[in-house]
Design a protein. Sequence first.
Length: 569
Amino acid sequence: MDDKPMDDNKEKQSVNFIETIINEELSEGKNDGRIHTRFPPEPNGYLHIGHAKSILLNYGISQEYKGKFNLRFDDTNPTKEEQEYVDSILEDVKWLGADWEDRLFFASDYFDQLYEWAEKIIMNGKAYVDDQPAEKISEQRGTPSKPGTESPFRNRIPEENLDLFRRMKAGEFPNGAKVLRAKVDMTSPNMHMRDPVMYRILHAHHHRTGDKWCLYPMYDWAHGESDYLEGITHSICTLEFEVHRPLYDWFVDQIQEAEYRPRQIEFARLNLSYTVMSKRKLLELVKEGYVNGWDDPRMPTISGLRRRGYTPESLKIFAEKVGVAKRNNVIDVALLEHSVREDLNKKASRVMAVLDPLKVIITNYPENETEILRAENNPEDPDAGYRDLPFSNEVYIERSDFMTDPPKKYFRLAPGREVRLKNAYIIKCEDYKTDEVTGEIVEVYCTYDPESKSGGAGSQRKVKGTLHWVSAQHAIDAEVRQFDRLFKNEDPENVEAGQDYKANLNPDSLTIMKACKVEPGLRDVNPGDKFQFQRMGYFCVDTDSTPEMPVFNRTVPLRDPWSKMSSKK
């Protein structure tokens, strides 16, 4: 069979090692030229950005080769699984644009078939029931440099094993009393091949099968067999499963009934600086109240990134920049932020928002007059158009944009200095007023140049500073939530002896600003709407937002250190 033709863009790009393997198999006619991938999450927590990379890779491969893609939940541990997690995963995968069509499956769909195959393996002398406690079994497995010790129950006859296994299924024994183990090789240098457990007794209610089962398959047994049942051709997973691959293949050997065979391929998992990716640790942060739920915008979960204002397109850009590697490494989180800027720069409307307001009174502008100015929505989008922006004699600017005694190279507003108000006029500071008790600046008094209107005949006059602003008369109140790194250390798990990763939590990771002022056009925003607050960064409307008090999350600031670093390479 000839190699599958790729599109024109693909021929111009480098091919990653997974695509090289697939191309070779297609040329050999393996699996009749079919390509079928899957994403198999465990419903025991919310997905994070590492899962996003895996989803995009598996789905992308299926699309590139005009194949199929399945979503399958590995729901084999009812003590840790919840319907909430199933629902969140469905939402996340759909949001990323990975379309499983009508191929939504659960490992629990196959419990009857898996059990039937287990009986077959028992009767073939390849599995046995072990009565020993988990601690004893673990001890007998040995170490990587020392072979394991065979269980005293390893040589039970198949008929006795089958009888015990059926009684385990019937609920005759308590949790932990017995397990079913595969009879492989207790001397194997691969610890996973030393008679691994296939089934354990769990008297627990399952979110889909209810109380039908008290005997649940282990991941290594259920995973490859589920792939086989679904016709998966490539089980693409992260590098920590590389040592599981011989067992994956051994189990498929026991049940294979046709020439078709799935193949496991491993790639490097995503590791981000300043980020914890362990689902167990993310759950701990949620349960112990260090964050405000799984969708807290500081979390690396897909739902957290979505709430913060990240887009599916930005995660695809990021995944493409990271690429597919064979070795684990740590990716600078600045590359992720650069990717979202790259996407939002093209689509986010530019608006005016003042986060720390300082009132400026323009003394020579008519007090009761409102002027409607024209402002461009997005210079990167020719179809974005313009909007009306009200202007009056009192405006708010950022408090940091005014200083009474500025240093050199400070080009903002100061006594006797001029700046341009964006889309409006040039103003000059004539005086200011301070609070008698605190000494804080409370008002700044300026004059404006009527001939300097942006877009007008006199707009060519240049000044060094341009400030964003909102009309005090027309601005609406807003809450803004600014986020910093959740962890203060680039490697959060690098802690002193006796400490855990939470010692590196950043106490200043969230700042809530409740006295912000935004332009009136933001009164009717909806959760998920995205904007660029000019000179401040990209922001997204939060789910807590109301018409009375819109709430904005800062997605990323405008500053882009990754872009600067890349330009120096």
